[in-house]
Design a protein around this ligand. Structure first.
Ligand SMILES: Cc1ncc(COP(=O)(O)O)c(C=O)c1O
Length: 381
């Protein structure tokens, strides 16, 4: 009897071993991994520095709770926010938890309830975040939703008129991940920032998928005119160890008081060891330059498949890229897996690429060769 709730549908393979950009399944088949736990293992699988840092921490202390000081939290917070306008951090365990905490923060900070989010956004599966998410399929059967989220069309100038004096916050991804790897236009973001400033509205940037160097800068908002009041993080922050964070700009530090928010596991010594080691690697200028170089190489290679008929464009930033098709990509994802390349869909018609941020040129080229082989075969047949 199958003993798990069927939330993930059928799972075809189990990965038994992983190293760098490669994984091996229980049948001994090796794959080039361009999913990386869905944008989680930015340092690749089992990076030696992360592994050694975690092993050293395992010999000291695993968990203490936030009843006691955990000095790694201050170090990770300072590394995350150094050189930005952000001043304070709270650590938790996932993207949903970071967003849920940010939601509480915004409610208490602004004393208002209207929050503008965008169609096709994804912010998590807790009740507030189901309300925030601009996709009906995740809400089906769970109503009524947490109210006062208003969904506006993404990248639509006129839609910004919905931001008014009653609005607590406008909440967005810079690159919509689950929604199809859709990049926010710079001019639109400039107008959004201006509207928010005009009406005293907070800006929350959900960097759960885009953060921690994935888009070629430490945070995606650094490539935009936005000055967010709140940034949420998770996925890439712990290289596979669950870590989430809320980062805040000046003014937020007085909103939560002792007892108004918390997390038993949040920011525990193991999580902070994983985050510290991850940032040692990915926040280096060389690593960011590498993400941009490999992103450009992958993008250029993918653009060769854009023929206007089967594939229409390549979207994304850095090493968060999507190849947009005119039809469902589900069959290709399976064929690519069988051919030795793991990729994940973003919506029904986009093949999403989220490789290790440290991957090599040869690994980019290997992926492109597999894609070329699978797609050409499909186009001919
Ligand atoms: C932009 C964004 N926000 C929030 C989440 C939810 O994060 P988690 O699954 O860690 O709760 C995700 C997950 O895909 C995401 O992509």
């Amino acid at each position: 009897m199958y003993s798990l709730l069927p939330t993930y549908g059928q799972r075809h393979i189990e990965i038994e071993q992983a190293s760098g950009s490669y994984v091996t399944d229980t049948a001994g088949k090796r794959y080039l991994d361009f999913v990386m736990g869905i944008a989680v293992c930015g340092t690749g699988h089992r990076h030696p520095h992360v592994s050694q840092t975690l092993e050293a921490q395992l010999q000291k202390v695993w968990h203490t709770s936030n009843l006691y000081n955990i000095s790694g939290q201050a170090r990770v917070a300072e590394t995350l926010m150094s050189g930005t306008h952000l001043t304070h951090a709270f650590f938790c365990n996932s993207g949903t938890e970071a967003n849920e905490g940010a939601f509480k923060l915004i409610r208490k900070w602004t004393n208002k309830t209207k929050i503008v989010t965008f169609t096709k956004s994804f912010h998590g599966r807790s009740f507030a975040m189901l309300g925030a998410t601009g996709q009906d399929k995740v809400k089906a059967g769970f109503g009524p939703m947490v109210s006062d989220f208003v969904h506006a069309p993404f990248n639509d100038m006129d839609a910004l008129d919905i931001i008014d004096d009653e609005t607590a916050a406008v909440w967005l991804e810079i690159v919509q991940g689950e929604g199809g790897v859709v990049v926010a236009d710079s001019a639109w973001l400039e107008a959004l920032q201006a509207k928010a400033t005009e009406h005293g509205v907070k800006i929350v940037v959900d960097e759960v998928q885009t953060g921690i160097a994935r888009t070629g800068t430490r945070f995606a908002f650094e490539q935009t005119p936005l000055k967010p009041d709140v940034v949420t993080l998770a996925k890439g922050l712990g290289s596979g160890f669950p870590v989430g964070a809320i980062l805040t700009a000046a003014g937020a530090e007085h909103v939560f008081t002792a007892g108004s928010h918390g997390s038993t596991f949040g920011g525990n010594p193991l999580a902070m060891a994983a985050a510290e080691a991850t940032l040692d690697i990915l926040f280096e200028a060389d690593a960011l330059a590498h993400v941009n170089a490999m992103g450009a190489r992958l993008r250029a290679g993918l653009e060769q498949f854009v023929d206007g008929e089967t594939f229409t464009e390549v979207r994304g930033l850095g090493l968060m890229l999507g190849l947009v098709a005119t039809q469902s990509v589900a069959a290709w994802i399976e064929q690519l897996r069988d051919a030795g390349l793991l990729v994940v869909a973003a919506g029904p018609d986009v093949i999403r690429f989220l490789p290790s941020l440290l991957l090599t040129e040869a690994e980019v080229d290997e992926a492109l060769a597999i894609i070329g082989h699978v797609i050409t075969k499909e186009m001919v047949s």
